[in-house]
Design a protein around this ligand. Structure first.
Ligand code: FMN
Length: 388
């Protein structure tokens, strides 16, 4: 198997097979089936919301590369008159810098330094993109998910429901037939804002926002993921946030860290350490109280830069992962010699003979951690694995 993997890694560096997940199943007996917000995916690797999902061309490139799903850039909600309470989040983008970043433990990873925030174009233009997203999803070409940021009040203030209603209804209308999948973003810039200084305020948002979005979204069915921020509090509070967000269908854990000294969000190994630490502790808590209320499904995000990291997030309970930075590296960082950045990233994440997803799953089998079922190793089994 390892010789075969080495050979595949080498030849797929010149071009991935049309359906990489089907190939992996056939060649290795590895079933990469994953899930995002209840949708079944061929494999767990998707694209997080941001500057890489702003237009139809980027979506077409990702569809062709065989990405499992894409979350569109976050739009800032508005009411019928066009007023946006979170308008400060719709600032025009500056140039992104892809940089090395040394983590507290000394490991050097990648981060993207950028001062922009939400979608800075017209809401109508975003809705045009959502129409394309609905069509791509219904056609089975690429699961494409809108993302929004809505009004968040102080404790003594009510939520501006008009903003929630107008935005969700327009998104649902643009989406068209069928269930609307939606991510609600709590961003790192928000984590760095005075608005997020108080724990009780954050917990109220997480408790109330899911019901508010559902109740203002009209009759159209909706599946909601909350993308949680890394708040500037400890890991225990991070888990309190997860518990408070139980009204969501899925939680994306967790958006980038906030550097208060330079006022920028960042990623790299500090981010994956923090996220995995919290997710593992949350998982231990869940396992300790079996039979409790069903929790939202989990999606990982943060420094996914190898198949091993995908496995780390899966073993911490995540049914899929959302990447951004790894799709932005200098071309020289990818071992593949051809294809889009998305293709080159998938190539190394799936097929690297040591650090790839397939290699990692075979290794877990050899270690007696993961077992074949019906002759196959199944990615999703990792999420429920009870490890000694
Ligand atoms: C330049 C940039 C812009 C981003 N914009 C958004 C956004 O608008 N909404 C959102 O939910 N996440 C946004 N993100 C977060 C990413 O989707 C992702 O969750 C995060 O960067 C962690 O993954 P990574 O380490 O693979 O980059 C952005 C990230 C970057 C680097």
């Amino acid at each position: 198997m390892h010789a075969r993997l080495g050979h595949d890694f080498e030849r797929f560096g010149r071009g991935l097979p049309r359906d990489a997940a089907a190939y992996v199943r056939e060649a290795y007996g590895v079933d990469l089936t994953a899930r995002y917000l209840g949708y079944t995916l061929p494999h767990p690797i998707g694209k997080g919301s941001g500057q890489l999902s702003l237009n139809a061309e980027q979506l077409e490139t990702d569809r062709e590369a065989g990405l499992a799903f894409v979350v569109l850039k976050t739009v800032v909600a508005e009411d019928a008159a066009g007023a946006r309470s979170m308008g400060a989040w719709a600032v025009p983008e500056t140039k992104m810098r892809v940089e090395r970043r040394r983590a507290a433990d000394g490991r050097v990873g990648w981060t993207v330094t950028w001062k922009g925030r939400g979608w800075d174009g017209a809401f109508e233009d975003y809705l045009a993109l959502v129409r394309i997203a609905g069509d791509l999803t219904r056609d089975g070409a690429l699961l494409t998910v809108p993302s929004a940021k809505y009004h968040l009040p102080r404790l003594d203030e009510p939520f501006r429901e008009s903003e929630y209603r107008h935005t969700t209804l327009r998104l649902a209308e643009a989406w068209g037939e069928g269930v609307l999948p939606l991510e609600k973003d709590f961003s790192p810039t928000l984590a760095g804002d005075v608005l997020a200084d108080e724990r009780s305020r954050i917990l109220r948002w997480l408790r109330e926002v899911p019901a508010l979005i559902r109740s203002t979204g009209g009759p159209a069915p909706l599946r909601l993921a909350l993308k949680l921020m890394n708040a500037r509090f400890d890991d225990a509070f991070q888990r309190e946030m997860m518990a408070a967000a139980a009204g969501a269908d899925a939680l994306v854990c967790f958006n980038r860290l906030w550097d208060g000294s330079t006022n920028v969000a960042y990623g790299g190994w500090d981010l994956s350490e923090r996220n995995l630490g919290v997710l593992r502790a949350a998982r231990r808590e869940r396992l300790a109280r079996p039979g409790g209320a069903a929790s939202p499904a989990l999606v990982g995000t943060g420094n996914v830069c190898s198949g091993r990291l995908v496995l780390d997030y899966a073993r911490a309970g995540c049914e899929s992962v959302e990447l951004h930075t790894f799709f932005q590296l200098p071309l020289s960082e990818y071992p593949a010699s051809a294809g889009s950045r998305t293709q080159r990233a998938l190539h190394v994440l799936l097929f690297h003979p040591v650090d790839g997803l397939v290699a990692g799953m075979l290794e877990l089998e050899a270690a007696g951690v993961l077992h074949r079922c019906g002759g196959e190793l199944r990615f999703l089994d990792l999420c429920d694995l009870v490890e000694g």
